[in-house]
Design a protein around this ligand. Structure first.
Ligand SMILES: [Mg+2]
Length: 479
């Protein structure tokens, strides 16, 4: 690599020779000393050096020269090389010219001719230090910016490849790396190998796969990317022109690698979290569907059960032979009807009916004939009663009718109608005619104080009165 250049400009050769001798002696190992005899020659020299990308830390210029004064030359140099420091060396410059050079060209020092060698060399040394310090500050600022850029990626949206792409671009922009190429490898846990994730610059310079362990893998810089001791990938940098070395570059690349590892970890963690959330949502969705299916099935079963219970209730409330209410259910309905009648002070009558000599029918014609008679009687009672009446078979040949909104007179008429109907009815069973009569007792429920049981007892007594006085009769309780 070429050394940085110190340019000396003077129209007197003897001055140039002296300057070169002194500078070469003290700075020759680190710097290249270039001489120019005119401003024009200087500008040509600078153009060449710029084309070769050679650094020019310092220019030492005479003031009085043919064609262009030193102050004007230094202004022109400043335009071309803004970082280059300048020293003016003359015995003839005016204060105005010096001021002009200071103000417009950023003149570092003014030294009078003839110069004192020690002072001159000290001034040059100070200028070179100042130049390098300034570059150092600029470099540190660039390095800080690279790291800041990488860290800021943690807050940006985008997938990992996009973020690594930004990170590599930011790194390769620093001049200290020259025309470098960079790549990020990620560890593939399945194969335990490094897999090329993204590269920038000369993309063909990197192998698609690398073993986890190994040396530099052909890179000028190769750093494993680790997070909390866990290897996640690697950063590789290749520069065939030779990486411009500066003492801080390895430190920058190490910090950069650590920041990159953090970004990768964060992104992978984030992606894992998103995958986990998606799986969780899917699981919740599936479970919700399963639950809904189970609930639907439960609802169907409940409906089936309700229907079964309803049927069970119905069958439990009915007498299977006559399809009238059985005793238990008749009592339940009758009680609630009486309660309602008591609430509204409405009349209710109760009728007890018992077929006469029914045992004889069973004995004479058989039980099937008896059952046939009971069935026919149930239809007949339903025919002769009103819609609101509650009819039950209390047991054997005994029936009961509770009539809401019914007076004793109305009940008596209905009882007579039933008694007469049964008397007149022709009961046929297997060609045999069966004669049937009924005895009836009626009572009226006292809605002020009575319960159904006492009205029932009184109707029962009236029924026995009918039985005791010849049967086929209607008797009224209390008469
Ligand atoms: Mg001169």
């Amino acid at each position: 690599m070429n050394k940085p250049v110190i340019i000396c400009v003077d129209d007197e050769k003897i001055v140039l020779t002296s300057l070169k001798s002194q500078l070469q002696h003290h700075f020759g190992t680190q710097y290249q000393i270039e001489l120019a005899e005119s401003a024009e020659e200087t500008l040509e020299l600078i153009a060449e050096l710029k084309a070769e990308q050679q650094a020019v830390p310092l220019i030492i210029a005479d003031y009085v020269m043919p064609g262009m004064y030193g102050d004007e030359l230094l202004v022109r140099v400043k335009e071309q090389l803004p970082d280059t420091l300048s020293i003016m060396l003359t015995g003839q410059a005016t204060a105005d010219a010096v001021g002009e050079a200071v103000n417009r060209a950023g003149l570092f020092r003014y030294i009078s001719k003839p110069w004192h060698e020690k002072d001159f060399l000290l001034t040059v040394c100070t200028a070179l230090d100042s130049y390098h310090q300034k570059l150092e500050i600029q470099r540190r600022s660039r390095f800080r910016q690279v790291l800041a850029n990488v860290i800021s990626l943690a807050l940006r949206d985008g997938d990992l490849s996009q973020q690594l792409h930004h990170a590599l671009d930011s790194l390769l922009a620093i001049p200290e790396l020259g025309a470098a190429s960079a790549a990020v490898y990620l560890l593939d846990p399945a194969t335990d190998r490094l897999q090329l994730q993204i590269s920038a610059g000369n993309q063909g310079a990197f192998s698609p796969h690398l073993p986890l362990s190994g040396d530099q893998h052909g890179c000028q810089f190769f750093q494993p990317l680790t997070y909390q001791g866990h290897t996640m990938g690697a950063l590789g940098i290749i520069n065939n022109d030779g990486v411009q070395t500066c003492p801080e570059l390895p430190e920058l690349l190490t910090s950069y690698g650590e920041a990159l590892a953090g970004i990768i970890q964060l992104k992978q963690y984030h992606e894992a979290l998103e995958r986990h959330n998606a799986e969780l949502e899917e699981t919740v969705k599936r479970r919700t569907q399963d639950l809904q299916t189970a609930l639907d099935q439960q609802a169907k079963l409940n409906n089936i059960l309700l229907e079964a219970n309803r049927k069970l209730d119905f069958y439990a409330s009915m007498d299977s032979l006559t399809s009238l209410y059985n005793r238990r259910f008749f009592m339940k309905l009758a009680n609630s009807e009486v309660e309602r009648a008591k609430r509204y002070q409405h009349p209710v009558t109760f009728m007890m009916l018992d077929l006469d000599h029914f045992k004889n029918i069973n004995d004479q014609y058989g039980h099937l004939a008896g059952d046939h008679v009971l069935e026919r009687i149930s239809h007949l009672l339903t025919d002769e009663s009103r819609e609101a009446d509650i009819i039950g078979r209390l047991g054997g040949e005994e029936f009961a009718i509770l009539s809401p909104e019914s007076t004793m007179q109305q009940a008596s008429l209905m009882a007579e109608r039933i008694r007469d109907r049964i008397l007149q009815e022709s009961f046929e069973f297997e060609g045999q005619h069966i004669h049937v009569t009924v005895s009836i007792g009626i009572s009226e429920v006292d809605v002020n104080e009575e319960h159904i049981e006492s009205a029932m007892n009184r109707a029962d007594k009236a029924l026995y009165k009918s039985k005791g006085t010849g049967r086929n009769l209607v008797s009224i309780a209390g008469l």
